[in-house]
Write a protein that binds this ligand. Structure first.
Ligand code: PMV
Length: 340
């Protein structure tokens, strides 16, 4: 390879898991497979300025403000991935990143952030080490993103994305793959994800600590097995367009993630009062109307409201605006969607 001064820019969306990744082994190997939707609007835009043949260092700016803590994390990450990108320590980096969604909204900025950085690195790699096919390059970007933040590897692909060895074709623990498009019913290809910002502060327990606590959780093995088993029904549901079973499975996965937190030692709870109020309101609404509004949760208090564009979305949006916004901290809702 030969390095030279370069500036590259990339953009990468966040994702929301339907079957959750929670618990991992060394080297970011997931304890169970997961599947997520890649969002359409919530993205990180990143520019990497590389100055060749200078002492290795990293400076980062988030929305124009210098972030030395993030820089230290990236420095460590770059050192870790040198075996896959042999040129990576041969220069100085200035990395500017901005999110198109509010900071600490509980929308995974580590997923979009590491996704965007991995794409930038693959751009540089093609310039310095020679071109590979687009497919190879994406796969390597997913592989590299995984080493930054596990769930980030799923953000490299659009639509429904699987990470972790399971019954899905070509699935791997090392990188994510797109779920086969011709095995997905149309109903799942035009969906909404509205994120209610119940609580906007820092979460009390990071996902790194949360994953670690699965090592001593007495229910962990059963949980890992269940997640693997859930791919059976999930495949049937996606092919058949079976919304009622989809709703049941996705909500079960979200509650299981939080149940695992409660059964950790020490125990922790990331849901807030508003989270529970919203869940109960959604269940009441479904009972009364039969309409397909349901939820998933990430590792935080905010509620992802999922609903398809199948003719009922107008009624559902009105219900959210009039009945659910009251549980948010500042009327905050991020409206995203998945269309593919
Ligand atoms: O990628 P991490 O290490 O931040 O883990 C994220 C885990 C969850 O967001 C809770 C679930 C998932 O599969 O995205």
């Amino acid at each position: 390879f030969t390095v030279q001064n370069q500036t590259v820019s990339e953009s990468c969306p966040s994702n929301i898991a339907l079957i959750k990744y929670w618990g991992k082994y060394d080297n970011q190997i997931p304890a169970n497979p997961s599947i997520s939707y890649t969002l359409n609007h919530c993205k990180t835009n990143t520019t990497v300025e590389f100055s060749a043949n200078e002492t290795f260092s990293v400076q980062t700016f988030l929305a124009g403000n210098e972030e030395p803590k993030f820089a230290a994390k990236i420095e460590k990450y770059f050192t870790n991935i040198e075996q896959y990108l042999p040129w990576i320590l041969k220069g100085k980096y200035v990395i500017r990143t901005e999110n198109t969604f509010p900071h600490s909204s509980g929308i995974a900025s580590s997923a979009s952030g590491f996704g965007a950085i991995a794409k930038c690195l693959m751009n540089l790699d093609e310039i310095f080490s020679g071109k590979t096919s687009e497919e190879e390059s994406l796969r390597k970007a997913s592989f590299l993103a995984r080493l930054g933040s596990g769930s980030a590897c799923r953000s490299l692909y659009n639509g429904l994305v699987v990470w972790g060895e399971c019954q899905v074709k070509e699935s791997s623990d090392l990188f994510a793959v797109q779920y086969p498009n011709d095995e997905i019913h149309e109903i799942f290809k035009d969906f909404n994800d509205w994120v209610l910002l119940i609580h906007e502060g820092e979460k009390s327990v990071s996902s790194t600590v949360g994953h670690g606590l699965m090592n001593t959780n007495p229910y962990a093995d059963r949980r890992f097995q269940e997640a693997r088993e859930n791919f059976g029904p999930m495949k049937e549901i996606l092919a058949a367009g079976d919304l009622p079973r989809f709703i049941k499975l996705v909500e079960h996965e979200a509650l299981t993630l939080h149940a695992m937190m409660m059964m950790s030692d020490p125990a922790f709870i990331l849901m807030k009062t508003g989270t529970l109020e919203v869940i109960n309101k959604i269940w009441d609404f479904r009972k009364e109307t039969g309409l397909s509004l349901f939820f998933t949760l990430d590792a935080g208090a905010n509620v992802h409201l999922l609903f398809p564009n199948n003719g009922s979305e107008k009624t559902i949006k009105l219900f959210i605006e009039t009945e659910l916004l009251q549980y948010t901290q500042n009327g905050g809702v991020v409206k995203d969607m998945m269309r593919f």
